[in-house]
Design a protein around this ligand. Structure first.
Ligand SMILES: Cc1cc2nc3c(=O)[nH]c(=O)nc-3n(C[C@H](O)[C@H](O)[C@H](O)COP(=O)(O)O)c2cc1C
Length: 435
């Protein structure tokens, strides 16, 4: 029996089990991703396993060059999709992704608060500053990372002020005295800042329960922003050392912002290729990535770290000395750039080997390719080492990985005392507050 605190677990609603070539499997249900039934099925299964939340990442542009072999990030609007789940689920948290770079804060505050009412307090907001899509919103170029984070901080403050501008208590519904609401408790916010100008108040009362915040992006400024506001940091940590370092650093930064380290939880992405045997799991992984578009991956590596592998001899190992000097390139995530450099500084890999590593293949997330026992063992190991506070599951390769995770891995974690065996609260904030 472990003495570790219980983990918090989210399930990605991005159909990660359709990535690579997995969508081509006969049982992939690829036809269903632009409706709500598929997401609802996953949300219901996740709720039956008592997960903290389902999570929908999102971008506001289409990667046409990737569409020949995959979805190119085409997807339903995440907040609209989650609205369809509110009446069909009752306990699980619903985390939507909304960028602070493109949308007006009044609209965002209203949409998320609406979803919060519809779900009776189960909403979370994944705050992203985004990496691409400026051309769809009338911007000449993507603002720099520093500017995006400065705007994100102001944006988040404004959204909170808007949520507070019409507090739940202002809604009286006092039939006897004929008082619908108390206008004295409703107030404009009169925000006039560096990036935003919003008068308020919001034309919707607050539901009451807090809306927890998730933030993704773990560069220096990303960590600092997260430590100032986030309940959850969703971060790529391909190995235990990276996770342990990030978790310690976030705790230190939280304290500097006057918060308790326990207020901020590190939930790495966890990519899971699961099968009854290790050989089958490996086979599933290899099949999924059999058609990796090398030219596109090499171009992405060059864009991130400036290393041109297009004519690199296949038997020549890449050494730390081969890495060009660090240089910030627009449109890249510093988090992912740092992780890729860190990998190549620590290990000397052949180009083929590099292409199969999570830093290149799957957004640098922690990866388990193996059996249910392997997954339970690794999760328990990371938990015991204090490397994380939970994770966001991203099953890969087939729907079978998702089923094995929810039907077998999660119950085993609950048996080991690492995860809840039932819901105790009904709002997302209450799930996160459970120790
Ligand atoms: C794990 C992870 C997940 C992300 N998910 C999204 C997403 O769903 N949508 C989006 O527009 N940006 C996403 N981003 C991009 C971040 O919002 C941010 O723009 C980017 O990481 C640059 O910040 P950084 O320099 O701190 O890494 C994600 C970043 C990370 C690290």
């Amino acid at each position: 029996m472990s003495t570790t605190r219980r983990l918090h677990i989210g399930m990605s609603l991005a159909p990660t089990w359709l990535s690579g070539d997995a969508w081509r499997r006969a049982d992939s249900r690829a036809e269903e991703i632009y409706g709500s039934d598929f997401a609802l099925d996953i949300a219901r299964r996740s709720e039956a396993a008592h997960l903290d939340f389902v999570f929908r990442p999102d971008v506001s542009c289409l990667a046409i060059e990737a569409m020949e072999s995959g979805s190119g990030f085409a997807s339903l609007d995440p907040t609209v999709l989650l609205a369809a789940l509110t009446r069909e689920t009752s306990r699980i948290g619903l985390v939507s992704t909304v960028s602070t770079t493109f949308f007006p804060p009044y609209l965002v505050a209203r949409q998320l608060q609406s979803l919060h009412w519809l779900s009776k307090g189960r909403v979370g907001w994944n705050i992203v500053t985004a990496l691409q899509g400026h051309e769809n919103f009338g911007l000449e170029a993507m603002p720099s990372a520093e500017e995006r984070y400065a705007r994100a901080a102001e944006f988040t403050r404004v959204v909170h002020e808007l949520w507070a501008s019409f507090p739940n208590e202002a809604l009286l519904l006092d039939r006897e005295n004929g008082r619908y609401a108390d206008p004295a408790q409703v107030h404009p916010i009169d925000h006039d800042g560096e990036y935003l100008k919003v008068r308020g108040p919001l034309n919707l009362p607050a539901f009451g329960a807090r809306i927890p915040l998730v933030q993704a992006g773990a560069s220096d400024s990303g960590r600092d922003f997260a430590a100032s506001v986030a309940d959850i940091v969703f971060a790529p940590t391909p190995d235990k050392a990276a996770a342990t370092e990030l978790r310690r650093d976030l705790s230190r930064r939280a304290e500097r912002h006057g918060r308790s380290p326990g207020d901020i939880r590190l939930l790495p992405g966890l990519s899971l290729y699961l099968a009854p045997t290790r050989e089958e799991a490996r086979e599933l992984f290899m099949q999924t990535h059999a058609r990796v578009d090398k030219a596109r991956k090499f171009a992405a590596i060059e864009q991130m770290i400036g290393l041109d592998l297009s004519a690199w001899p296949s038997d020549r190992r890449i050494r730390a000395a081969d890495l060009p000097l660090p240089q910030l390139r627009p449109g890249t995530s510093r988090t992912h750039v740092d992780l890729l450099r860190r990998l190549l500084e620590r290990e000397s890999l052949l180009p083929e080997e590099l292409l199969m590593r999570p830093e290149v293949l799957s957004a640098a997330h922690w990866q388990v390719i193996g059996t249910v026992d392997d997954a339970v063992g690794q999760i328990a190991d990371w938990a015991a080492a204090g490397a994380m506070d939970g994770f966001i599951a991203a099953p890969g390769g087939s729907f079978g990985s998702l089923r094995l995770f929810l039907d077998e891995v999660v119950p085993r974690l609950a048996e080991a005392g690492l995860f809840r065996d039932r819901y105790r609260g009904s709002t997302f904030a209450e799930h996160l507050a459970e120790a």
